[in-house]
Design a protein around this ligand. Structure first.
Ligand code: PLP
Length: 388
C-alpha cells in the first residue's frame, strides 16, 4: 500500500530540531565530541520539593483516575495566587485559568478554536515554530511579522496592511523572546492592546521565559496592561521556570471565553493533565520564589562567559537581559545554515540556524546556554580555532 500523507502534514517542513538531530547523529558517529547549544532544554534538575510532592501525589489512588478537563482547582488556584504575587493581577481560578499539558499543547490547539480556513494569524518571524504550524493545521494563513534588530526585535504593527489586519483572527507575540532574547516593555504591550481592539484580534502572548531574566530585571505580564484581559490570553509554562520540560505542565490565563474555546478543543482531544503532576506544579508555584535565584545566577554567569568570548572573537551579539539564548549575527559571507554547519563540522558545536525560526532569522544563529560553564569555555576555545 502506498502511504500518502495528508496535505496539512506534507506542506510542513520536518520539525526543525528533528533535522538537527539527524546532523548531530552523523557527526557523533564520526567520533566527534559534541557541545550541544542547540535546544533550549535546561540541563539543571527540577528542585527537590517538587519531586518530593510528585512522589507523594503519585501514591494517592485518587490521582490515578482521569483528571478534570480544565485542571484541578488546587493547581488553578496556585496559578491565580502566583499571578497576584508576581504581577499584581487578580484572576478567577474557575474561569480565567486553564491547565495545559505544556504550553506548546495550548499554543498548538488554540487556532483550532478560532481560525477558520482562509483566516489570517499574525506570526512573528523569527519565532517559535509552533505558531506557524498550528495556524496551518487549522487551515489558516500565517502572515509573518518581521522582528528586526533595528526595532528591538519587536514587530512593527503599523506596517501590517489594513486588509491583512481585517482578516486576522490571532496575533502571536512572545516576550522575553525565543529566539532573539529580546524583551518588551509596557508601551509595546499597550500598542498591541490598541491594535487588537481596533481589528478585533485575539492576542496570544507566550510568556514561557517570564521567569528567566537577569540583573534584577522582572519581565512584565501582558495582562498587566490596561485592557489586555479583554483581548487576549497569556501562555505560561513550568518548563523553563522550574526546569520541568519533561513533566509537561503549563497553563493559559486571561479572557474566559477565549480559554473556554481552547478548552472545548482540548476536551475533544486530550483528557487533561496527570493530577500528581498538577499537585507538584501547585507546590512549585506556592512555595518557590520566582525567578529561582539559584537558576538565574547560573545562567547569568554562563551568559557573561559566552558573550565575552564571542565578542572577543569579533562576533556580533547582544548581552541578553532575559531567556537563556544568544542571538548571534553570522559573519559576512555565510548563510545561517553554512555557519551552523561550519561550527558543528569543525568544532563539534551544535547551534540552531536562525532561518529555522522563519525567513527573517536568516543571518543569525541561536545558542542556548544549557550546558555548564566548563563546556562553554571549551566551546569558546574550539571556536577560536575555527577560521571564519
Ligand atoms: C520552551 C517554549 C515553550 C514550550 O514550553 P512547554 O511548556 O514545555 O511546552 C513555549 N514557547 C516558547 C517560546 C518556548 O521556547
Amino acid at each position: 500500500m502506498r502511504i500518502e500523507m495528508a496535505k496539512r502534514i506534507d506542506q510542513i517542513p520536518p520539525y526543525l530540531f528533528a533535522e538537527i538531530d539527524k546532523k548531530k547523529e552523523e557527526i557523533r558517529n564520526k567520533g566527534i565530541d559534541l557541545i550541544d547549544l542547540g535546544i533550549g532544554d535546561p540541563d539543571l534538575p527540577t528542585p527537590k520539593p517538587i519531586i518530593e510532592r510528585l512522589k507523594k501525589a503519585a501514591e494517592n489512588p485518587k490521582n490515578h483516575r482521569y483528571p478534570s478537563y480544565e485542571g484541578m482547582i488546587e493547581f488553578r488556584s496556585a496559578v491565580a495566587q502566583w499571578y497576584e504575587r508576581r504581577f499584581g493581577i487578580k484572576l478567577n481560578p474557575g474561569t480565567e485559568v486553564l491547565s495545559l499539558i505544556g504550553s506548546k499543547e495550548g499554543i498548538a490547539h488554540i487556532p483550532l478554536a478560532f481560525v477558520n480556513p482562509g483566516d489570517v494569524a499574525l506570526v512573528p518571524s523569527p519565532g517559535y515554530p509552533v505558531y506557524r504550524v498550528s495556524t496551518l493545521f487549522a487551515g489558516g494563513i500565517p502572515y509573518f511579522l518581521p522582528l528586526r534588530k533595528e526595532n528591538g526585535f519587536l514587530p512593527n504593527l503599523s506596517e501590517i496592511p489594513k486588509t491583512i489586519a481585517k482578516k486576522a483572527k490571532l496575533l502571536f507575540i512572545n516576550y522575553p523572546n525565543n529566539p532573539t532574547s529580546a524583551i518588551a516593555e509596557r508601551p509595546f504591550f499597550e500598542e498591541v492592546v490598541a491594535f487588537a481592539r481596533r481589528y478585533q484580534i485575539i492576542v496570544c502572548h507566550d510568556a514561557a521565559y517570564s521567569e528567566i531574566a537577569f540583573d534584577g530585571y522582572q519581565p512584565l505580564s501582558f495582562l498587566e496592561v490596561e485592557g489586555a484581559k479583554e483581548v487576549g490570553v497569556e501562555f505560561h509554562s513550568l518548563s523553563k521556570t522550574f526546569n520541568m520540560t519533561g513533566w509537561r505542565i503549563g497553563f493559559a490565563v486571561g479572557h474566559s471565553e477565549i480559554l473556554s474555546g481552547l478548552g472545548r478543543v482540548k476536551t475533544n482531544i486530550d483528557s487533561g493533565l496527570f493530577q500528581a503532576i498538577q499537585e507538584a506544579g501547585a507546590e512549585a508555584l506556592n512555595h518557590l520564589d520566582t525567578p529561582l535565584p539559584e537558576i538565574i545566577a547560573i545562567y547569568e554567569k554562563r551568559r557573561d562567559v559566552m558573550v565575552k568570548g564571542l565578542q572577543e572573537m569579533g562576533l556580533e551579539v547582544d548581552r541578553p537581559r532575559a531567556t537563556f539564548y544568544l542571538w548571534i549575527q553570522v559573519p559576512k559571507g555565510y548563510t545561517s545554515a553554512q555557519f551552523a554547519t561550519l561550527l558543528i563540522e569543525q568544532g563539534g558545536i551544535v547551534t540552531t540556524p536562525g532561518n529555522g525560526f522563519g525567513e527573517e532569522g536568516e543571518g543569525y544563529i541561536r545558542m542556548a546556554l544549557t550546558v555548564d560553564e566548563k563546556r562553554l569555555k571549551e566551546a569558546i576555545e574550539r571556536l577560536k580555532r575555527i577560521k571564519f
